[in-house]
Design a protein. Structure first.
Length: 70
């Protein structure tokens, strides 16, 4: 699964059209929280970059859980 870094184009929408929310309202496709998905269009570039950082952390945590590392 490829996820844009957000550093080159913070306006790029990270949605990969694999939308399914877990119990914490985190999308299993892009790893944004539902609140972040809903606010995306009104976020500043700085807020989007911070969101990309959180998404990458969530993705890493998800992969670690899947691999039995967490």
């Amino acid at each position: 699964m490829n996820m844009p870094s957000g550093l080159n184009d913070p306006n790029a929408n990270p949605c990969i059209r694999n939308c399914c929310l877990d119990q914490q309202d985190i999308c299993l496709g892009c790893f944004r929280h539902l609140d972040e998905i809903l606010a995306w269009r009104t976020m500043s570039d700085m807020e989007r970059q911070a969101c990309f950082v959180r998404m990458a952390q969530r993705k890493a945590e998800s992969q670690a859980r899947r691999n039995g590392l967490k």
